[in-house]
Design a protein around this ligand. Structure first.
Ligand code: FES
Length: 96
């Protein structure tokens, strides 16, 4: 095993989990998780935070009904019901 320091100051984990059979999931069509993840990635790049902030796709975060869900690490903020309109505010906090 090789160890080295984490290169990112912050990571945003965005649930893009997909479920079939009518079960609610952030990544299901119309739920917005995939679009949120892409919007965050785009905004992070646009703000010049690439390399400092990582936007990572996540599996289920266990709050499916409240999704799309995301959390920022470190920082301890859990974000639920996130929409594209929230992206600028999220990215602004990532710059801090
Ligand atoms: S599918 Fe996103 S929290 Fe469960």
């Amino acid at each position: 095993m090789d160890k080295k320091p984490v290169p990112f100051k912050k990571t945003v984990f965005v649930c893009v989990n997909v479920r079939e059979g009518g079960r609610v999931a952030c990544g299901n069509p119309g739920r917005g998780g995939v679009e949120l993840c892409e919007a965050l990635k785009h905004a992070v790049k646009e703000k010049g935070l690439k390399g400092k902030v990582r936007v990572a796709k996540s599996g289920c975060l266990d709050l499916c009904e409240q999704g799309p869900n995301a959390f920022v690490y470190p920082g301890g903020e859990w974000l639920s019901g996130v929409t594209a309109a929230d992206v600028p505010a999220i990215v602004k906090k990532l710059e801090e």
